[in-house]
Write a protein that binds this ligand. Structure first.
Ligand SMILES: [Fe+2]
Length: 259
């Protein structure tokens, strides 16, 4: 599909491996390298060793860096969009991930420097909204704070992928504080057999298109016997309005060593 459609960018939102083994990273690297378009990837919690305790404590991203990518937080920019990857895979204590405040500050500054017309996308492994049926649980540990910062920094779209199930929402539906809404899209599993909920044994991915007014998001499902990704649902969101810099009121710049 990527070869046929040639998207401007493919986003891989983490959990490339099951147990952070070198051969698993190499296999993932070969797959990503086979895509004939630019890609951006962030690590997931499965990309940190679970049982190799010393490695997990002392060098949790060593295998990822060595066998997949030295960069944990890549950035992609072209004339239309700025895509910023954030590493949320703090595997030691935060099972649902976390974005440390210094990192949040750095990302906010990067977004503030970007030309106003750029479509702003964040890629983070862990979601800011829960999967269906989980109430308000199962989200990034400091999700409300992160939503405040991203929304104030004019982020348009947040992509994640941890729960093996596709879901998406307008951020206002979960964080009704009056800040400008962002679109939050959580990917199911595209290449593994670990789909959950209604996507058990299903492989899915999203196809996202932009124009000056709309974000068009299609959920694609792999269908047998057709053996291709087929549109399962389609979602349209208006492009959000830009707001003046409102990050100062969030206390950024006065952070301690929370990371
Ligand atoms: Fe994960």
């Amino acid at each position: 599909m990527v070869e046929a459609r040639r998207p401007d960018l493919v986003v891989v939102s983490g959990d490339l491996t099951q147990r952070a083994k070198p051969e698993q990273f190499r296999e993932a690297r070969a797959f990503v390298d086979s895509l004939p378009v630019p890609t951006i990837t962030v690590p997931g919690n499965h990309d940190v060793p679970l049982w190799r305790v010393w490695e997990r404590m002392l060098n949790p991203y060593g295998a990822y860096r060595k066998h997949f990518d030295e960069t944990l937080e890549p950035v992609f920019e072209d004339e239309e969009m700025l895509v910023v990857g954030i590493n949320t895979a703090h595997g030691w204590t935060f099972t649902e991930g976390r974005i440390g405040r210094r990192r949040l500050e750095r990302v906010a500054e990067r977004l503030e420097r970007a030309p106003e017309n750029l479509f702003r996308v964040i890629v983070a492994h862990h979601p800011l909204i829960p999967p269906p049926g989980f109430g308000e649980k199962r989200v990034l540990a400091n999700a409300a704070e992160v939503v405040d910062v991203f929304s104030s920094a004019n982020v348009d779209l947040v992509l994640s992928g941890h729960r093996h199930q596709s879901f998406l929402a307008n951020s206002e539906e979960f964080y009704p504080k009056g800040r400008p809404p962002m679109v939050l899209v959580h990917s199911g599993t595209t290449t593994s057999d670990r789909g959950r909920g209604c996507e058990k044994d299903k492989n899915t991915c999203y196809w996202i298109e932009l124009d000056s007014e709309l974000i068009r998001i299609s959920l694609l499902r792999w269908e047998d016997p057709a053996r291709c990704f087929t549109e399962h649902s389609r979602h349209l969101y208006p492009r959000r309005e830009r707001v003046p810099n409102s990050l100062e009121g969030l206390g950024l710049g006065a952070f301690d060593s929370a990371e």
